[in-house]
Design a protein around this ligand. Structure first.
Ligand code: CP
Length: 338
């Protein structure tokens, strides 16, 4: 039995989805994602990112139409979180359930990790129970150590170095809003942190122009800036690092910021002072294009990294952005576990 679901070219036979999308390069890349982990943005080719975005758009349409899409029936996801999460955890959980599968939350404090069981041992054991693991660790090295024992796909649900599925979801939001990614200009203002790293690499690989304004002491990692510049050169984009917010945002399509105090890191008064001039204000937004949008990965602190008038203003798409997390997490689960 073979049934065409809709114009996106997705086909189902006996519950197995064979083809997700019309775009040939993405269709070719889709099977390559099966069984793969996503630890950093550098794990995905441009064609694979395109496949994820197209699949997420298709899944969003399915959900809006009320079409059931239980393509992961019988599959399970473990969610190991060392730090709190509202969006990532619930996007994985709800996404897995909407795809017909099951997700189990594994708080780090509830596991034998607290009694010294090693990360690779934990990964090896969980791999015998579940089909994939979403993991949020503070230190990126801990995630790499955990990966060492895993024999199922592992998804980076945030480390201090990268937040790749956030960046993928944000590309989806930009694609949804502007109808494509190549040539778009995204400016990031503030701490050159994990979110900045992931956005910079993903945007560069997608052929976008990315500018970041940070204080010198909180610029993104120069080795990642270099890598992003190589990716941008291949894809027709560019990467600019500056300490002047105004230079970064002039004429851009989207302005993005993140909290000045990163998750799991102790309060740093010097950092707060250094980042204070990098607040996204209405006057800074006025230097972007009139059609520009404001983005934030959330949670946000109004009137700290962004003026409340911007966060809640007509250019803000932060809740649309948060909503799109669901669709991108589902696309990732479907293409890797399906
Ligand atoms: N942006 C983000 O990752 O949100 P959570 O910490 O709530 O998952």
């Amino acid at each position: 039995m073979q049934t065409t679901i809709d114009g996106y070219g997705a086909m189902v036979a006996g519950g197995q989805v064979y083809s997700w999308i019309d775009e040939p390069s993405a269709r070719a890349a889709a099977p390559v994602l099966r069984g793969r982990s996503v630890i950093s943005d550098l794990d995905l080719s441009r064609a694979e990112v395109d496949a994820l975005v197209e699949t997420a758009l298709w899944l969003k349409t399915q959900r809006e139409r009320g079409q059931p899409h239980p393509f992961l029936a019988g599959k399970s996801l473990g969610m190991l979180f060392q730090h709190p999460s509202t969006r990532t955890r619930n996007a994985f959980q709800a996404g897995m359930e909407q795809l017909g599968g099951h997700a189990t939350f594994l708080g780090a404090r509830d596991l034998q990790l607290t009694r010294g069981e090693t990360l690779p041992d934990t990964a090896q054991i969980l791999s015998r129970y579940v089909d994939g693991i979403a993991a949020r660790f503070g230190a990126h090295d801990e995630l790499i150590e955990f990966m060492g024992g895993a024999s199922v796909p592992v998804f980076n649900a945030l480390t201090e170095r990268f937040h790749p599925i956030e960046a993928l979801s944000d590309l989806l939001t930009l694609h949804d809003r502007f109808g494509g990614l190549k040539g778009l200009h995204l400016a990031y203002v503030g701490d050159g942190n994990n979110v900045c790293h992931s956005l910079m690499l993903s945007a560069a690989a997608a052929g976008m122009h990315f500018s970041v304004a940070s204080p010198k002491a909180f610029e993104p990692d120069p080795t990642l800036v270099e890598r992003a510049r190589e990716l941008a050169a291949q894809a027709g984009g560019s990467v600019v690092v500056t300490s002047e917010p105004s230079r970064a945002v002039t004429g851009v399509d989207a302005v993005y910021t993140d909290v000045h105090e990163s998750l799991g890191q102790p309060d740093d008064p010097q950092k707060r002072v250094a980042l204070a001039p990098y607040k996204v204000t209405s006057s800074l937004m006025a230097e972007a294009r009139p059609t520009a949008v404001f983005m934030h990965c959330l949670p946000m602190q109004r009137d700290v990294e962004v003026e409340a008038a911007v966060a809640d203003g007509s250019q803000s798409i932060v809740f649309e952005q948060a909503g799109n997390r669901l669709h991108m997490h589902k696309a990732l689960l479907l293409l890797t576990l399906g």
